[in-house]
Design a protein around this ligand. Sequence first.
Ligand code: NAD
Length: 301
Amino acid sequence: MTISNITPPATIGFIGLGNMGYPMAKLLAAAGYKLCVSDLNAEAVKKFCAETGALASTRLSDLGQQSRVVITMLPDGKAVRKVLMEPDGVVSTLQKGAILIDMSSSSPVDTRVLAQELKIKGFEMIDAPVSGGVVKAVSGGLAIMAGGDSAAIAACQSLLEKMGKVFATGGCGSGHAMKAINNFLSATTLAITSEAVIAGEKFGLDPKVMVDIINASTGRSNSSEHKFPTFVLPRKFTSGFYLCLMAKDLRFAKALVDSVQESNIFVDAISKLYDDAEAKLGPMADNIDIHRYLEHLAAKE
Ligand code: NAD
């Protein structure tokens, strides 16, 4: 099936103007798309509309009616299902041929179910979660992992490219699976680098010297090269990615691993570590706070 390309000034519904959604939607407005936005946070909507001239939708059904594509950037797939499928939700008024793109990090299993329900109603859904954090959301340098119908992805390619580089991952749900796998790795390298640096410091090594050496050696990772110098060493626990969101992604990664193999060595332990940290520090702690949580555990020994 051919679907015409989604080019400016097509109207894009954008739901979720949080740490990531706000700068991502701003890039679309700057590229000439007409935006129709919604968020539970009325202040964020007001600020966004003042800055970009976007239309604020108080009713999701209005947003659905006007949009050629609807992008969701919400905490998880449960919130996405709610805004799309509730009786007066987006889908209740969606135009024929409209495309739904979930850029949140949602459960791959739930995404497949939702996409199937949407397909029966005649709508294509793409899961297109992102990696790169707030900095890359602002610069348009995100990695975008797009799963779904290839014609629908092709039609949205230039729209998505305003926010980052698009990688096609396969059928619907595969983007969310890839994102869960990436964040399993990302959370793991942060936690193990933290444990290593905390132990080295207790032994008498200087943390900054350690990170410089790790980054010139084989133990390096994005966590040691980026997160340690930017956030951990200056003790700025403000990356803009909440601990509760990372803990959620790890639960998705654990469910994915458990669904395909009998046992695992790392994902259970890492998921439990982040769940325990969230229980101790609260959901609004930053994901970088895992370092402070590990310091707290190390101090007790
Ligand atoms: P956030 O908490 O900053 O933003 C979420 C926004 O959704 C908030 O503004 C909230 O008011 C709004 N919202 C929640 N429920 C809603 C509903 N039912 N209707 C309308 N609005 C609703 O989160 P974020 O950091 O922007 O993350 C969004 C998604 O992107 C998450 O799935 C997260 O895991 C993922 N992600 C985040 C980062 C990051 O660095 N922050 C990086 C990659 C992926």
